[in-house]
Design a protein around this ligand. Structure first.
Ligand code: ZN
Length: 304
């Protein structure tokens, strides 16, 4: 008897088949994405091929004579089990927690955690976009966390703790987000405590086109920064209950913050030292430009 699959079953099956890898497929994709890489040690463009090692072409630099492959010098160097990478990248695309991703791909939990952060670090090597036109900027704060650290630099908090002081203290990590109306987004973890004009100069200035109109709340740091950087600036007095003046508002960036905090809940608390990986991970998901494991791998491997 012939059985007809439903449309949903067909989609599910296609997804499954796409994640099953042919032997060597990942290696081919890596070589394709990396092209002929420059020497990661001295930057020299000229190299000789010198055989294969663990499935990848090896090169020897004509200048410094050191040998390397497409992954040397990237966060993916020396990660093993490459035939599982695409399957694991699918877990990142679906924001699957570490433990479930480990069992789905059949790797150890520690491997799953290491891969998560190595792949994201590799993705985040791509240069940040330049923001133009109307650019909204605002910061949000998360209670700092030393999850996974062996030595705390403060007394431990109870699970799901609260800051012991009110206001924006040094117990909070600051996440600065800037976004233009083309939805290009830049995120920065600026450290503990309120954002300063100096930090805005360091992080925000390099991603702003010279003729942007910067829209922020009325926090002093933004005014000082805009003045110093010579940037046109409009402040919305959000605290006074003003949400918008015509097209001037920071709702795009505030929406991003709220999506980030909602999305983050599934991970049950993340360590401060990895926070920038999580904001970057959501930025990649949120932009929805990379939607398949192959695209993710290509960007992760492409020379920075
Ligand atoms: Zn070299």
């Amino acid at each position: 008897m012939q059985q007809q699959l439903s449309e949903d079953q067909v989609t599910l099956l296609q997804g499954f088949l796409a994640s099953v890898e042919q032997p060597g497929q990942c290696h081919r994709l890596i070589e394709e994405a990396a092209g002929r890489p420059p020497c990661p040690y001295c930057g020299c463009q000229r190299s000789h091929r010198c055989g294969q090692a663990s499935g990848l072409q090896r090169y020897r630099c004509v200048l410094c004579r050191r040998s390397f492959n497409a992954l040397t010098g990237t966060p993916l160097a020396r990660l093993r089990l490459r035939d599982k990478w695409l399957h694991y990248l699918q877990c990142l695309i679906e924001s699957i927690p570490v433990r479930s991703a480990a069992s789905r791909v059949a790797v150890a939990k520690s491997t799953s955690f290491r891969w998560r952060h190595r792949f994201i670090a590799a993705l985040l090597r791509a240069p940040r976009p330049q923001l133009s036109g109307i650019v909204e900027a605002d910061e949000t704060y998360l209670l700092e966390s030393q999850k996974g650290s062996r030595h705390l630099d403060r007394p431990p908090r109870k699970r799901g703790g609260k800051a012991s002081r009110r206001g924006i203290s040094s117990e909070l990590d600051c996440i600065l987000v800037a976004r233009d109306r083309n939805r290009q987004t830049c995120d920065f973890v600026t450290g503990r405590g309120p954002v300063s004009a100096g930090q805005l100069m360091k992080h925000l200035k390099p991603v702003l086109a010279p003729d942007v109109l910067l829209v922020t709340d009325a926090a002093k740091a933004y005014c000082a920064f805009a003045k110093q950087a010579g940037i046109t600036h409009e402040a919305i007095n959000v605290r006074a209950g003003i949400r918008a003046r015509g097209a001037l508002h920071i709702q795009g960036v505030n929406g991003w913050h709220s999506r980030f905090k909602t999305w983050l809940r599934r991970f049950n608390g993340v360590a401060s030292r990895y926070l920038a990986n999580y904001t970057g991970w959501l930025r990649v998901l949120d932009a929805a430009e990379l939607t398949t494991p192959r695209q993710w791998l290509r960007i992760a491997v492409a020379p920075a």
